[in-house]
Design a protein around this ligand. Structure first.
Ligand code: CP3
Length: 342
């Protein structure tokens, strides 16, 4: 059986409606929480191939989604570059923030690939255990979003320190972005060699940038990564998720040449389709609706599928599942998709 995800992304087949959920492996699942308890340190969990394999497969076993996404995190890249990264439960990531241009030159680019071997080992194991018709999604954070965390040192609503650093130190900042382009390209290429069928770039904080900066720090680096990946692996589709890109979505879609576009909750799917007629679209149910209102999940899912009828479309959320999401709501979402696609 062929993969619904690949038929949709590469062949642009319509009305296939593959589905998966951003952050589908996570704390809303009791079977995830159980394994998570045995790893006080989140990153050691990510670097243990058996554990990463097991939690990657959990949502497939439970919901029979069309794609598994590698269990890891976007912040393994700063960790691999030698920056101090930690996760405190309830507070999210904490990094020792980059404050000066000199610190960027001290990032240990050469050790990154070797350091990330456990991730590639997990990809090999997952691909082996996964049914052939399921796609395995590899992923990385896009350079802008990863740089945001590296400079800010933690999650933030505004990433004001990171944005100001980019204005104040454009040369150093572009060195950081260039470094992330190289490391991310190599990282995704290795995931593909290990068995990933498709890769997604998460640019969660793309929407914070004004148009010129969006072009420079979101579009250009993504374009470079996509074009190098296409040269190395012409058959592997790439999904770009530039969250809250808004009016810049058309430019992002045209300039980066991604095969699929993640759409956030704020964008009407029909408008996204007008802005990006060539790409498969993926999204965009509100994760908070998924957590709250079962009846509306069904009507909203039907509406998304109707709006995207006759075009290549992957059913998904507009951002990651939140930890308090009831499992039966996720189940209702899956049942609705299956009922409609037949
Ligand atoms: O989607 C999946 O199931 C695959 C795994 C995955 C994780 N993080 C696991 C994770 C993926 C694709 C990510 C991406 C990620 N990580 C992004 C981009 C997508 C987005 O949500 O915007 C970002 C910005 C991060 C950084 C990050 N990691 C934050 C801000 C946090 C803390 C917030 C939170 O949800 O706890 C993490 C931790 C993290 N990454 C968890 C998981 C399952 C929770 C950690 C735990 O179990 O204690």
């Amino acid at each position: 059986m062929s993969k619904r995800m690949i038929a949709c992304l590469k062949e642009k087949q319509v009305d296939h409606y593959p589905f998966w959920f951003m952050r589908q492996a996570g704390r809303y699942l009791p079977e995830y929480r159980k394994i998570r308890e045995s790893f006080p340190d989140f990153l050691s969990f990510c670097y243990t191939p058996d554990a990463a394999t097991e939690v990657t497969l959990q949502p497939i076993t439970r919901f029979d989604c069309d794609a598994a996404i590698l269990f890891s995190d976007i912040l393994v890249i700063p960790d691999a570059l030698g920056q101090e990264v930690g996760f405190t439960p309830g507070h999210g990531p904490k990094l020792r923030p980059i404050e000066t241009a000199a610190e960027i030159t001290r990032l240990e680019e050469k050790r990154a690939e070797e350091f990330l071997q456990p991730v590639f080992q997990a990809v090999r194991q997952i691909r082996k255990s996964l049914a052939e018709e399921k796609a395995l999604i590899g992923f990385a954070g896009a350079p802008w979003t990863v740089a945001c965390y590296m400079i800010e040192g933690e999650g933030s609503k505004e990433f004001a320190k990171a944005r100001q650093f980019a204005y104040r130190e454009p040369i150093a900042f572009s060195q950081l972005i260039d470094c992330l382009v190289r490391v991310t390209t190599a990282y995704l290429s290795e995931q593909i060699k290990a068995g990933a069928d498709v890769v997604q770039l998460f640019d969660s904080w793309a929407g914070l940038l004004p148009p010129d900066e969006f072009k420079r720090w979101v579009i250009e680096p993504t374009q470079q990564i996509v074009s190098q990946l296409k040269t190395l692996h012409p058959d592997i589709p790439v999904i770009g998720f530039a969250r809250c890109a808004g009016m810049m979505l058309a430019d992002y879609a045209n300039s980066t040449d991604v095969d699929g576009l993640g759409i956030d909750t704020s964008m009407p799917l029909i408008k996204a389709r007008e802005a990006a007629p060539k790409q498969a679209l993926q999204g965009n149910l509100d994760p908070l609706l998924l957590a709250t209102d079962k009846a509306r999940i069904m009507t909203q899912t039907k509406r998304m599928m109707k709006d995207m009828k006759g075009t290549p479309y992957i059913v998904n959320l507009g951002h990651g599942i939140v930890p308090h999401t009831p499992i039966d709501h996720v189940q209702a979402f899956c049942d609705t998709v299956r009922e409609i696609r037949g």
